[in-house]
Design a binder for this molecule. Structure first.
Ligand SMILES: NC(=O)c1ccc[n+]([C@@H]2O[C@H](COP(=O)([O-])OP(=O)(O)OC[C@H]3O[C@@H](n4cnc5c(N)ncnc54)[C@H](O)[C@@H]3O)[C@@H](O)[C@H]2O)c1
Ligand SMILES: CC(C)[C@H](C(=O)O)[C@@H](O)C(=O)O
Ligand SMILES: [Mg+2]
Length: 373
């Protein structure tokens, strides 16, 4: 039986609650499809600061490199908000993504039919939405130097820098085109080319890459009006590709379409195959829900586990290359929602809501029957 090594990094707040749900899903998939998931676990973010004085230990990076995939919950919370930027929980996550070279962050946004009326938008606007935000993850404003906050007698002063080299743009845009080929063959490249030099370069490079994909339509969109179109006419979009910060913001906006921030999964990938000999994995990846540690609901057992569970589906799709099992997980989510099960973030006022564990139990029953069909 092939072993799949997964490093779990539950992190802070609701992170451990939703990672536990995703782990149960992976275990069931393993039993039914012949993989043996071997889980290791470590602290990251605020939990690692409390235990070790750092949000990410070198040992954790080494553990990640020995694994086929990393599954992360969320990091951060008010307890650590006073810390300087470089030592905060979030800095640990950024370093992990950077050191693992995970430049491609895929954030699929799918509106499950039973939730078409769970959003503040009109059901006819969101029904059928199936898009993917491709976010550049290891460059741009998040990592550009100089980046500094100075408190001087003459006044406070801060700077962040937004750099992109053409290769960094080319590889992420190329990946967006490859994805589009397997989908509805449309790429929207999002930028602010009317103001930013990096965006002018982004647009130039995206057009050049686009010439290699004559079968895919390329559209350039300015980020401000694109943000508006995303909630006004979301079905216009198939694959959207953009720089790091734009992708962070637009993906949370797109969560409104799906009914809750708790719905969205993500996969962070790079170009290399995994290194572990004998592994069934086809590609290393870091998987995490898009949402954060949700301090307002942490510890209550009410977090929506779907973003994490759909991230487990992405692990099965991208790291194991098992499309059938990945689709089975997604179908189990759809059928569980169709049965009327709702966590508190999705329930209408006055409607009963299920806790994280009860919802996951219901979903595992569906998944077991789908996998044995
Ligand atoms: N990948 C990550 O680790 C990650 C991502 C985003 C934010 N954060 C961190 O999380 C902390 C809180 O940030 P925030 O409040 O801006 O964003 P958040 O995503 O944690 O929460 C925003 C809102 O969405 C709700 N929500 C999020 N996930 C949910 C779920 N699974 N089920 C139900 N409701 C859910 C929360 O209750 C909250 O009302 C900050 O420290 C931030 O830096 C971490
Ligand atoms: C926690 C934070 C550093 C992170 C980001 O900005 O990338 C988060 O918002 C995300 O979307 O994964
Ligand atoms: Mg974010």
């Amino acid at each position: 039986m092939s072993e799949v090594h997964v490093l779990l990094l539950p992190g802070d707040g609701i992170g451990p609650e939703v990672v536990a749900a995703a782990q149960r899903v992976l275990e069931l998939v393993g039993h039914r499809t012949g993989y043996r998931f071997v889980f290791s676990e470590d602290l990251v973010g605020g939990a690692a600061i409390d235990a070790y004085g750092t949000p990410l230990r070198d040992e954790t990076i080494e553990m990640a490199l020995r694994s086929d995939a990393v599954f992360l919950g969320a990091v951060g919370g008010p307890k650590w908000d006073h810390l300087p930027k470089a030592t905060r929980p979030e800095a640990g996550l950024l370093r992990l993504r950077k050191e693992l070279g995970l430049f491609a962050n895929l954030r699929p946004v799918r509106v499950f039919d039973p939730l078409a009326d769970a959003t503040p938008l009109k059901p006819e606007i969101v029904r059928g939405v199936d898009l993917i935000v491709v976010r550049e993850l290891t460059g741009g404003l998040y990592f550009g130097q100089p980046s500094e906050l100075r408190r001087e007698p003459t006044g406070r002063w801060a700077i962040d820098t937004l750099p992109y080299r053409e290769e960094e743009i080319a590889r992420i845009v190329d990946l967006a085109f490859q994805l589009a080929r397997a989908r509805r063959r449309k790429v929207t490249s999002v930028d602010k080319a009317n103001v930013l030099n990096t965006s002018a370069l982004w647009r130039e490079v995206a057009s050049e890459i686009g010439q290699r994909y004559p079968d895919v339509t390329l559209e350039h969109a300015l980020v401000d009006s694109c943000a508006m179109r995303l909630v006004a006419r979301p079905r216009d979009f198939d694959v959207l590709v953009m720089e790091n910060l734009f992708g962070d913001i637009l993906s949370d906006e797109a969560a409104v379409l799906a009914g809750s921030l708790g719905m969205l999964p993500s996969a962070s990938l790079h170009g290399q195959p995994p290194q572990r000999p004998g592994s069934p994995a086809v590609r290393f990846g870091l998987y995490e829900p898009v949402h954060g540690s949700a301090p307002d609901i942490a510890g209550k057992g009410i977090a929506n586990p779907i973003g994490a569970i759909l991230s487990a589906a992405l692990l099965v799709r991208w790291t194991l290359g098992n499309e059938r099992a990945a689709t089975a997980i997604e179908q189990a989510v759809e059928e569980t929602l169709a049965s009327g099960a709702r966590t508190a973030d999705l329930a209408r006022p006055g409607e009963p809501a299920m806790g994280t564990e009860a919802f996951t139990d219901r979903l595992l029953e569906r998944l077991a029957s789908i996998l044995s069909a």
